[in-house]
Design a protein around this ligand. Sequence first.
Ligand SMILES: Cc1cc2nc3c(=O)[nH]c(=O)nc-3n(C[C@H](O)[C@H](O)[C@H](O)COP(=O)(O)OP(=O)(O)OC[C@H]3O[C@@H](n4cnc5c(N)ncnc54)[C@H](O)[C@@H]3O)c2cc1C
Length: 383
Amino acid sequence: MNKNYDAVIVGAGYIGCAVAYYLSKAGLKTALVEQGEVAAGASRANYGNIQVQDTELEYSLPMILKGYQECMQIEEELDCSVNLRKLGSLLIIENSKQWEIMSTRQEKLVAAGIRAELVPAKHLNEIEPMINANEALGALYHPFEAQIFPFELMWAYIHRAEEHGLELLTNTEVTDFCIQNSRLTGVKTSQGEIDAGSVVLTTGAWTRKLGQKIGKNWEVYHVHGQSLVTEPIDYTFKNHFSSAAFFEDIQEETTVGESAVLAIAQAWHGNMLLGEASFPSEEPENYPTPGAPWAISTQFERFFPKFKNLRVLRGWAAPVAYTPDSLPYLGTVADLPGLILATAFRSTVIVTPLTGKTVTQLITTEKTDLDISRFSPDRKIIS
Ligand SMILES: Cc1cc2nc3c(=O)[nH]c(=O)nc-3n(C[C@H](O)[C@H](O)[C@H](O)COP(=O)(O)OP(=O)(O)OC[C@H]3O[C@@H](n4cnc5c(N)ncnc54)[C@H](O)[C@@H]3O)c2cc1C
C-alpha cells in the first residue's frame, strides 16, 4: 500500500466517524484507518445517550451546550434516521454527600441554561413510575436529554462520507508515525505507509501507547467498562438512569470488576442495557470479569424489582478512555505540525458532531468556533 491523502483519521469510533464525515464533506481526500472493524473500541459498548455527564463543568459546559444543539440537527445533517429520540435522565442520589454534589452541579447547570431539577424521593415516581424510590434520597433530573442508536449513527457518518470519497481501511493498525523535517507526513500501518497532510488521532484508550512512539506522555487512561443486555420488555421507560456515585471523587473499590454503579438505559427494541461494572485497567481489553453480571443485576433489581425476572441475553466489556482532569485532548500538537488529537471525552455522544466540525475547522482554517485552548494535548495535567 502506498497511498496519499489530505487527512488520515486513526480510529473508527464515534469521534473518528464524525471527523471522517465532516472532512470528506469539506472536500478533503480522507481515509479512516481502523485496527479492527468499525466501532471496535468503547463505541461498540455504549447506550447512545446524549447526556450531560461531564464532571468538570467550568470548561466543558460551552462544549456540551453547543454539542447538544448539533445533536438535535443530526438527522437533518445526515438525511437519515439514527433513531434520535428525546428522553429524560435521572442521576440517582443515595446519600447526603451525593445530594450535596448534585445540588452544586444543578446550580451550575441551571446558570448555564441547562434544565436540571433536584427531585426528592417522594416525587420520583411522578417522573418514572417504575423506579423503586425507597432505594434513593432523590435524583438530579434532566428532562431534555436524548438517545440515538450508536451503530446507525456511526455507519450513517461513514456512508455519507463515502459519498464524498472517504476510504475506510479496516483491519489496518497504525504502528508508528512518519516524520520529516519535524513535521508529520503520514503513518506507518500494518498494511504499509500512508502519506497525509494531517493525521487525526481518535484512538481512545490506545492513544497513550501511540503517543509513546513519538515521545509523548499523553495522560489518557481507561476503565474497563462492563454491561449486560436483557430480553426486550413491553414497557417504555421515560428516562435513562445513572448513579450520582459517578461524580464522587473516590468510588469504593471492591475486588476488581465485582462491584457496579447504576447505569441503565432502554435500547431501541425494548431491551434493557444494564451497567456498569468498571475499574481502571492497564491494557485495552474486552474480557468479562466473573463477578460483574451479579453486581450489575443486583443494582438493577434494587431499583427496578418489577423486572427482576428478565433474562440476560449477553454481556460485553470495552475500554473507555479518560484523562485525570476530565477534559478531552482536542487540538494540535505544538512541536509536531500535522498532528491533531480528538479523544477522551467524558460525554462522547453529545459532542460527536461538534467534534467532527471542530477538527474540520482546525484543519481547513486553523481556527475553531469552539474555544479549545483548555483541551490542548500539550497541557500539563495536575491531578
Ligand atoms: C457500558 C457503557 C455505556 C456507555 N454509554 C454511553 C452513553 O450512553 N453516552 C456516552 O456519551 N458515552 C457512553 N459511554 C462511553 C462511550 O462509549 C465512549 O466515551 C465512546 O465510545 C468513545 O468513543 P471514541 O470514538 O472516542 O473512542 P473508541 O470508540 O474507543 O474508538 C477508538 C478506536 O480507535 C481504534 N484504534 C486505536 N488504536 C489504533 C491504531 N493504532 N490503529 C488503528 N486503529 C486504532 C480502536 O480500535 C477503536 O475503534 C459508555 C461506555 C460504556 C462502557
